[in-house]
Design a binder for this molecule. Structure first.
Ligand SMILES: [Fe+2]
Ligand SMILES: [Fe+2]
Length: 184
């Protein structure tokens, strides 16, 4: 397995989460109110799996290695992807900040929630599409076998640091719970 295959596989679970968030967005568009607990679970998944685990490996491990390569011209692309990671963190913070008011029935909070949720889903879908179809293919071309093996080692280390298979299980369970809450 190559290091990039791991990132692509993680996109699968993140996409699944985004699909369920899309259902919550649709409900909000119809003036329905998904319960607060749904958003709390979603924030947990988005922040810990998508961001602190997946985006961290991209930014701090993979981008770091690519930036050191002289023959590599991916700097602009990495700046754009990093910016998108930051915007996604911002949307999640905004969603978290209005949850108390949203749970109290505040109509402006519901609007803020919808705004940030819609932006989060849209940007992250586009981001993943760009990584899968463009950036990772460019990165694969410039990474040597040895560099790929080093990345793989770092990724394994990060997995262990986050809790190994229990971490994956926990996050698959979060997505399962999100889905169950949006099933009705
Ligand atoms: Fe990314
Ligand atoms: Fe990614």
């Amino acid at each position: 397995m190559k290091s990039i295959d791991i990132l692509v596989a993680e996109h699968g679970l993140i996409r699944r989460g985004l699909g369920i968030l899309g259902k919550a967005r649709n409900k909000l568009e119809r003036n329905e109110r998904p319960e607060r607990a749904f958003f709390e679970i979603s924030i947990d998944f988005s922040r810990n799996f998508a961001d602190r685990f997946h985006h961290f490996k991209e930014e701090n491990v993979m981008f770091g290695m690519l930036a050191m390569k002289e023959e590599c011209d991916l700097d602009d692309e990495m700046i754009a992807l990093r910016y998108q990671h930051e915007r996604n963190r911002h949307f999640i913070r905004q969603i978290e900040a209005v949850l108390d008011l949203y749970a109290d029935g505040d109509p402006i909070a519901a609007t803020t929630l919808l705004e940030n949720l819609a932006a989060y889903i849209s940007l992250l879908r586009r981001h993943i599409h760009r990584e899968d179809h463009l950036f990772f293919k460019m990165a694969e071309k410039v990474l040597s076998k040895r560099e790929d093996a080093v990345l793989l080692e770092h990724f394994k280390h990060e997995e262990e640091r986050m809790g190994g298979s229990a971490f994956f299980e926990k996050n698959r369970d979060l997505v399962y719970r999100m889905n169950a809450m949006m099933a009705e």
